[in-house]
Every structure is written in structure tokens, then in C-alpha cells.
Design a protein around this ligand. Structure first.
Ligand code: OAD
Length: 273
């Protein structure tokens, strides 16, 4: 059985108040000077962008991988061994995410995508909060927790479909087409990323400004896109309250929660519109 969450997740930096930190203010102003409708802007997001919404991150003191072992829950072997256990974990995560709402970071990115025609968001997140904030076109590198597909790839079933039932009535949920098991539409350890998403993310590293927001920059190939963007001449930015593997190699660091940093950038843009 999956242990239920120990209590309300501490989202860390809360949304709402503008940042009073002068370093954050300065760095946000610098990023604001560099973005706009004519700029090819790529923002790659990770779990930290949803932290202020209450979605647990994977690493760090409160991270999911502190409490759970990926090889038991997020690999094809784990699913073959114990599909019910794997589904209990995903069903629990779906319940947690269903109670969460997009935060200011999701909102600002959705607004940029509307205003800046050359902006693109690439995400490692499977929670769907970018879409719920109104972002229409997001490149999903790791799939979606709200999609499923038949684990047998049975001939009658579509390649994948949305299933937003929370909680799921039967675990493991049966495939409505063949009666086998469906599985979450997320990328597991040891699996290839969706080729179309990788191709779009790769193309998006040819840009003027590349922002990595809320990611530990440890999981490849996603983590490699930042370095590739830098090699291709982009101005690179990290938004993260903590230092990461990427911190030393970016051009600009905004040491704050994404919901604070992106809000600060948006305020600068509004003030100078
Ligand atoms: P991680 O959990 O590895 O890292 C989250 C990052 O967010 C950390 O660097 C935190 O410091 C930072 N963070 C925390 N709060 C934040 C906030 N309010 N604003 C901005 N940043 C904040 O998450 P990812 O890098 O996304 O893969 O993890 C990458 C992949 O590893 C995930 O997609 C998942 C996981 O295993 C799969 O499931 C395939």
C-alpha cells in the first residue's frame, strides 16, 4: 500500500507579495529588458514551478524521491511487477494535483505565450498546471499524468487518451478496449521521451533567451537543453531559490521562487510598457 501524505505539503515560497529582495529585483529587471515580442524566448520548467501550488517536487528535503523509491514506482519493471502499487501512487498524486491551482508563475508564462509570439514553454512537469493557467501550446517532455494508454498497446485502443477521474474507481484501472491494464501517460525511468517533444525542445534551444525555471537540472535529456542553448548563443537564465548544477554556467540567476521571480519580471514589463 502507498503511504498517504504525512500532512499538508509545505510549498515553500508563497505566491502573492512582490519580492522585496534587491538582488531579485535587479535580476528580474535584467530579464525584463531581454524579453519581448521580437525575442525568441524559451522557458523550460520543472517541478519547482508548481511547488507554490502545493505539488510536491521530486528532490530536496520534501521531495517525493526522499519518501518513495523511483525503481518501485516509476519504471516499466515496477509496473509489470505490481501495477496496483504503481497505480496507487499515481492515483494519490492525481488526487493531490487535482486540489492544486496554477500559481503566478504559470499565469505569467501563459500571458507571455499570448503576448510574445516567439515564446515557447517546454516542461518536464506532468501535472497539467500550465494548461490550466491557459497555456495552449506547451511542449511536454515527460508526458501527462492526466493521460493514459493501454499497457498492452491493444489494437482497439487509441495511442493515448485523457482520463481525469479522481480517484480512479478501480486500481489498477482496466483498459476499456481489451480488459488489460492501462498505465499513466508519463515517461518512466529507462523509457524514451516522446520524439516530437524532444524535437521541438531541441529546436527551441536556438533562441535569444533560454530560462530554466524550477528544475534541479539533473535529469537528462531535459537538463542538456540549457547547455545546448548556451552553446547556440542564447542568454541563459536560471530561476530557482536554490543553487543547482546549472547555476555556475548561466548568464543570470534569479534566486527566488518562480512565482516570485516571474511576477517581478512581469511587473517590470508592465512598468515599462
Ligand atoms: P526536482 O524535484 O528535481 O527539482 C525541483 C527544483 O525546484 C529544485 O532545484 C528546487 O530548488 C526548485 N524549487 C523549489 N521550489 C521552487 C519554487 N517555488 N520556484 C522555483 N524553483 C523551486 O524537479 P525537476 O528538475 O523537474 O521525471 O525533476 C526532473 C524530473 O525528475 C521530473 O520530471 C521527474 C523526476 O524524476 C520523471 O518523472 C520522468
Amino acid at each position: 500500500m502507498i503511504e498517504k501524505p504525512p500532512g499538508p505539503f509545505d510549498p515553500g515560497t508563497g505566491p502573492g507579495a512582490p519580492s522585496a529582495d534587491p538582488d531579485v529585483h535587479r535580476a528580474a529587471a535584467e530579464l525584463a529588458r531581454r524579453v519581448g515580442p521580437a525575442v525568441r524566448l524559451t522557458v523550460m520548467t520543472g517541478a519547482g514551478v508548481s511547488a507554490a501550488s502545493g505539488v510536491p517536487t521530486f528532490r530536496g528535503p520534501e521531495g517525493l524521491w526522499k519518501r518513495y523509491r523511483p525503481e518501485q514506482l516509476a519504471t516499466p519493471d515496477a509496473f509489470a511487477r505490481d501495477p496496483r502499487l504503481v497505480w496507487e501512487w499515481y492515483d494519490w498524486r492525481r488526487q493531490v494535483i487535482a486540489r492544486c491551482h496554477p500559481n503566478r508563475a504559470h499565469e505569467v508564462l501563459a500571458a507571455w505565450a499570448r503576448r510574445f509570439t516567439r515564446a515557447i514553454v517546454v516542461t518536464q512537469n506532468v501535472d497539467g498546471l500550465h494548461e490550466r493557467a491557459g497555456l495552449v501550446d506547451v511542449v511536454r517532455l515527460h508526458g501527462s499524468i492526466w493521460e493514459v494508454f493501454c499497457s498492452e498497446a491493444c489494437p482497439g485502443s487509441p495511442p493515448r487518451w485523457r482520463d481525469e477521474r479522481v480517484p480512479l474507481p478501480d486500481l489498477p484501472p482496466p483498459c476499456p478496449y481489451c480488459g488489460g491494464h492501462i498505465r499513466p501517460g508519463v515517461v518512466w525511468f529507462g523509457e524514451a521521451l516522446p520524439a516530437d517533444a524532444v524535437a521541438r525542445a531541441d529546436a527551441a534551444t536556438t533562441c535569444d533567451v533560454f530560462v530554466a525555471a524550477g528544475t534541479s537540472a539533473l535529469v537528462y535529456p531535459a537538463a542538456g537543453f540549457l547547455h545546448q542553448a548556451r552553446r547556440r548563443g542564447a542568454f541563459t537564465v536560471e530561476i530557482n531559490p536554490a543553487a543547482t548544477e546549472a547555476s555556475a554556467s548561466v548568464d543570470l540567476v534569479i534566486r527566488a521562487g518562480a512565482e516570485v521571480a516571474l511576477d517581478a519580471v512581469e511587473r517590470h514589463l508592465a512598468a515599462h510598457a
